[in-house]
Design a protein around this ligand. Sequence first.
Ligand SMILES: CC(C)CCC[C@@H](C)[C@H]1CC[C@H]2[C@@H]3CC=C4C[C@@H](O)CC[C@]4(C)[C@H]3CC[C@]12C
Length: 415
Amino acid sequence: MSSKKEPQSQVPPQSKGSWSSFLKSIASFNGDLSSLTAPPFILSTTSLTEYSAYWAEHPSVFVAPAKEADPEKRALLVLKWFLTTLHQQYCSRSEKLGSEKKPLNPFLGELFIGKWLASPNSDVGETTLISEQVSHHPPVTAYAIQNEKHGVELQGYNAQKASFSSTIQVKQIGHAQYTITPPGSSEKEKYVITLPSLHIESLIYGTPFVELEKSTKIASSTGYVAKIDYSGKGWLSGKKNTFTASLYKASEGEKKPLYIVEGQWSDTFTIKNARTKEVVDRWVVKENPTTPLTLAPLEQQDLWESRRAWADVANNIVKGDMDAVSGYKSRIENAQRELRRVEKAEGREWERRFFNRIDEKDDDPLFQQLTNTLDLSGQLETDKTGGIWRFDPSRAAGAQPPYHKVGNEGLGLTQ
Ligand SMILES: CC(C)CCC[C@@H](C)[C@H]1CC[C@H]2[C@@H]3CC=C4C[C@@H](O)CC[C@]4(C)[C@H]3CC[C@]12C
């Protein structure tokens, strides 16, 4: 008899049937995850626009590169910051809710706006977040995170391309750009960041969780490249969320690493100087609590802001009243359909609030330079993201609700 304990199904008894039909439907789906009907126990009350906040939940780590005078160490601090975001990006739902969940599919124009407040016992200052759904077909979320005090800006956009091959496989399309003005310099320094592919584990037991795949890169305008290799359950260590990252000069190549970072991004990792073999830094997830994002109280939020717009849907998911959930979802969907119909009739397009669609040739020269270092062809498939999306800071300065010209009636609300 085997002593190995088999995982037990965590699917609630009343959901067994709907879970197995959900599993069957994903085996033959068309690539659009939002179109799948999943049983209530796997539905999240959080919209995907909220996921943009994962990029800066440790604000002091987010701004640290802007304070470092040495370009090599700056590039290392950017790599460190990126690695510290992975736990929140890819593990936080599983840890908090017991499994990965199916997020709410944002509607076009949906906004998620908040800030990480300045704290009297740190020099970080305030960090602000703007996240906007810039496309619905295909779903694309754009975001900008700014810390004015340290002159740090992160912006990006992403879409997901899903496929099925023994489980849900997700390729992320899009990229992020981290920009700072280094100490004593008047010129901007830019880092272009690619996003990992992932797949879902443990689907049949009803406890889905994310595992990252392959590799991602960060290329800097100062000539450094960081490459991160994800190995899931490390084939040597057997530990989950294992990775190896190296920082090197683009001109020298991967074979001459300056720093090596190793460990588990969901737990502990260490940073070593590859030349001296000395451990120079260490990150322990548990010892670094996140800073919560502060949102306006619900009644002061704009109707287009995620929490407010989805409140009725979310409350009924919690209650398990699926008829009410689909009723409130249809209200949003019908109102969106009506907006699209009118736009089409008037021969115009929905106006994005904080982001512009740009032409590749009009993009920032620094970005264009970096796309030559990285192979970004897979990230710039504009047909899968509805274009290239760039933040327009002039439209964010002092922005207050109402954010969109269309008010209650555009949201299908009568009052
Ligand atoms: C849980 C199962 C049953 C349903 C499938 C849910 C899918 C839609 C979920 C599961 C994990 C999710 C991903 C988890 C983390 C991120 C990183 C974030 O920066 C962008 C969104 C992205 C890339 C999510 C996209 C949606 C996602 C792929």
